[in-house]
Ligand binder design. Structure first.
Ligand SMILES: C[S@@+](CC[C@H](N)C(=O)[O-])C[C@H]1O[C@@H](n2cnc3c(N)ncnc32)[C@H](O)[C@@H]1O
Length: 168
């Protein structure tokens, strides 16, 4: 189990942003047993050569979507939001979610926007975090975004492995 999810009790309401083939969402559903899990992924080309991560093949993305639908077909406590992360965040009320896990576009700019737009949706006592901290291949975009969030608040940066988190 990824580090972030050791903090999630059963029966909560959360979001995974960036679902791809649904493998990780499947783990969340089985191991964390949320009351409801919203799944955000537009399955549209994303990424930029600037950050070493480009997924421009539409057929590949549709293949991921089909795989995710198959993988998650037995769960009745999921709801798909096939839209951009920021647009999806705007469909939730502030302070309405227990957890948000971000694993979408790993560029610095997008990771920063994701943190800013989703953190306000998380209840006090909830948690927001994500994957690919310390990932050299994405140009450390996630790392820089998370570190900046902590530094700008003068909070010591916790030691992260591949997952980061902020307790709200
Ligand atoms: C690294 S994969 C997710 C992997 C998945 N969390 C797992 O561990 O099984 C990134 C996913 O983010 C999605 N994505 C990229 N940009 C996005 C955006 N702006 N909003 C929402 N999802 C996005 C992509 O379509 C892709 O499926």
């Amino acid at each position: 189990m990824r580090d972030f999810f050791k903090n999630i009790k059963p029966g909560l309401v959360g979001v995974e942003v960036g679902v791809a083939c649904g493998g990780h969402a499947h783990n969340i559903l089985l191991e964390n047993k949320p009351e409801k899990l919203y799944l955000v992924d537009p399955y549209l080309p994303y990424g930029s050569n600037l950050y070493g991560e480009v997924h421009s093949n539409k057929e590949q993305l549709l293949g991921w979507k089909e795989t995710a639908y198959t993988t998650l077909k037995d769960f009745t406590n999921i709801e798909w939001l096939h839209m951009d992360s920021i647009v999806a965040s705007q469909t939730f009320k502030n302070l309405s979610l227990d957890f948000v896990y971000i694993d979408a576009d790993h560029s610095f700019h997008r990771a920063s926007q994701d943190i800013d737009n989703w953190i306000v949706k998380v209840k006090s006592g909830g948690i927001i975090g994500g994957h690919d901290y310390n990932n050299q291949e994405d140009g450390y975009g996630v790392t820089r975004a998370v570190d900046l969030w902590y530094k700008s608040r003068n909070i010591p940066i916790p030691v992260f492995d591949t997952d980061w988190w902020i307790f709200v």
